[in-house]
Ligand binder design. Structure first.
Ligand code: FE2
Length: 442
C-alpha cells in the first residue's frame, strides 16, 4: 500500500472512531439529543468560498486590534481596509498569512492583520483582503465601566447557538473564553464550521481565548499539537512578552487579564512560570486596579467531573497569584457552573481570589451533574446548566458578576454578586512586600 493510501486509511479509521465515540463518562445527556448534536457542515454559511470567511477580532496591544480571516484563494492579499464611516476606508493595514496541513486536510489561507491605533469606544467599519462583506466592530472603552462576557467549552451545538444569542444581548465589550472552542477533535473541517458559526459575534467584539484539552489534537507523532488552534486563533502573546500562543496577557480599561495555559508546562522551572512572574511584576494596580486570571482546568471544583485535575498547576502557581492579589480566577473544563468565596490554599481567605468555573457554553458532551456532598464551605453556588457569565466592572472598587441560564430569558440572573476589589480592601497594600520577595525569588 502506498503512503498516500495508508494515510487515507488512517484518516478513515480515525474519523469513524471519533464519529462513534461515546462522550466522556463523566458527562451525562439528560437533555434532548438534538441540542447536543454538532450543527451540520455547510448549514451555517454558504458564502462564496473565494471571499473572506471566519472573520474574528482580538485585542493586540494598546489601541490595536488583530483581524483574522480565512480564504480558499491562496493568492488573496492579507490587508484590511478600515475607517469610522461605512464604505469609506481611510486606513489600511498590511498583515501576514499562514496555513497548515493536518493529515490529509489542508487549511485555507489564514490571514492576520493588526489595525490601529484606534480610538476607544468607537465603531469601525472594515473589509478584509479588498473584497467581500463589510464588517463593523466596536473598540472597548478606555475607562470603567467595562463588560466582559464569559463562557468556556463552547462547541457548536444548538446550546452553543443559544449561548451566543444570549451573549449578544448583553452588550459586552470583550468576550473571555477559558478554553475548549470548536470541539473539532481532529476533524479539521469542524474548525471551519466553528469559524463560520461564531463570525457574526467574533467579528464585532474582541474574543480573547485560551486553550483547552480539545485544542490539542495530537495524534501520536503524526500531527503537531495545537497547530489548528495556534494558526487560527492567534492571541497577543508577542505583544505581552510571551513566547507561546498558549499563554499571554492584555490590559483593557483598568483591568489586567492573564490567560494561562493548562496544557503548557507550568512548574516552577517552566517558561510559562518565568513569564508569569515577569508579567505580574509589571502589573501596576494604580493603572489596572483589577487583576483577572483565566485558564482551562479549574483549581477549585466540587463537581465529580475532572476532580483534582488542576491540583498540580494549583500547587505550582497559586502562591504566585495569591502574592499578586488576583481578584478573580475563571476556568472551564467542567461542564457546569460554580462560584467560590474568596479563598487560598483550600481555606477561606479575604485576600484570596474568587474562583469561577464556567465550562457550560454548550458543547456536545453534555452537562456534569454529579457533585461532591456535602457542598464544601468555599463553594457558594453550583449548578449544572448551560449558560454564560457577565462581569461588569463598574469602577476601581466594585464589579457585578452574574450568571445566566440558557433556559431563562437573558435578563434573568440565576446567580449574581457584587465583588469588591482587593485594591479597595487593602489586601494589595498589605502584600506589597510579600509580592516583591516572591517575585524576586529565583
Ligand atoms: Fe476541557
Amino acid at each position: 500500500m502506498e503512503l498516500k493510501q495508508q494515510k487515507l486509511l488512517l484518516v478513515l479509521i480515525l474519523t469513524l472512531l471519533f464519529a462513534t465515540a461515546t462522550p466522556d463518562s463523566e458527562y451525562v445527556r439528560p437533555l434532548p439529543r438534538k441540542t447536543l448534536t454538532t450543527i451540520p457542515w455547510d448549514s451555517i454559511s454558504k458564502a462564496h468560498s473565494s471571499y473572506p470567511q471566519q472573520v474574528h477580532i482580538s485585542l493586540a496591544g494598546d489601541k490595536h486590534m488583530r483581524v483574522t480571516w480565512i480564504t480558499d484563494d491562496k493568492h488573496s492579499p492579507s490587508y484590511v481596509e478600515y475607517g469610522t464611516l461605512p464604505g469609506r476606508y481611510d486606513s489600511i493595514a498590511e498583515g501576514e498569512c499562514t496555513s497548515y496541513n493536518y493529515l490529509l486536510y489542508s487549511s485555507g489561507k489564514i490571514h492576520h492583520a493588526v489595525i490601529g491605533p484606534l480610538e476607544d469606544n468607537t465603531a469601525y467599519f472594515y473589509r478584509c483582503g479588498g473584497k467581500g462583506a463589510e464588517f463593523e466592530l466596536k473598540t472597548p472603552p478606555a475607562q470603567f465601566p467595562i463588560t466582559f462576557a464569559v463562557a468556556g467549552d463552547l462547541g457548536q451545538t444548538g446550546w452553543t447557538k443559544s449561548t451566543l444569542a444570549h451573549i449578544d444581548q448583553c452588550k459586552y465589550d470583550v468576550y473571555l473564553l477559558p478554553g475548549d472552542l470548536s470541539y473539532a477533535d481532529c476533524m479539521q473541517h469542524l474548525w471551519d464550521n466553528f469559524g463560520k458559526l461564531v463570525e457574526p459575534f467574533a467579528s464585532t467584539r474582541p474574543w480573547m481565548v485560551t486553550e483547552g484539552n480539545h485544542e490539542e489534537e495530537n495524534i501520536l507523532l503524526l500531527t503537531d499539537e495545537f497547530v489548528s488552534y495556534n494558526s487560527r486563533w492567534k492571541m497577543p502573546f508577542e505583544e505581552s512578552g510571551s513566547t507561546s500562543n498558549l499563554y499571554y496577557s492584555f490590559e483593557v480599561a483598568g483591568v489586567h487579564v492573564i490567560m494561562l495555559g493548562s496544557y503548557a508546562d507550568y512548574d516552577v522551572y517552566s517558561e510559562q512560570y518565568r513569564w508569569l512572574k515577569e508579567d505580574l511584576s509589571k502589573v501596576d494596580r494604580k493603572r489596572t486596579p483589577w487583576l483577572l486570571v483565566l485558564f482551562h482546568v479549574p483549581w477549585y471544583n466540587s463537581n465529580k467531573a475532572h476532580q483534582g485535575a488542576g491540583d498540580d498547576m494549583m500547587a505550582a502557581m497559586e502562591p504566585l497569584l495569591y502574592a499578586a492579589s488576583v481578584d478573580l480566577v475563571i476556568a472551564g473544563h467542567v461542564h457546569a457552573y460554580e462560584r467560590s468565596k474568596r479563598l487560598y490554599n483550600g481555606r477561606l481567605d479575604p485576600c484570596g481570589a474568587v474562583h469561577i468555573t464556567i465550562g457550560d457554553g454548550g458543547n456536545r458532551e453534555g452537562l456534569a451533574h454529579k457533585y461532591i456532598n456535602p457542598q464544601p464551605k468555599w463553594s457558594e453556588f453550583r449548578e449544572a446548566s448551560f449558560g454564560h457569565g457577565e462581569l461588569k466592572i463598574v469602577n476601581s472598587t466594585h464589579a457585578f458578576w452574574s450568571w445566566h441560564r440558557n433556559d431563562d430569558d437573558e435578563p434573568v440572573k440565576a446567580d449574581d454578586i457584587w465583588i469588591t476589589s482587593l485594591v479597595s480592601s487593602r489586601c494589595v497594600d498589605q502584600k506589597t512586600h510579600e509580592l516583591r520577595s516572591t517575585l524576586l525569588t529565583p
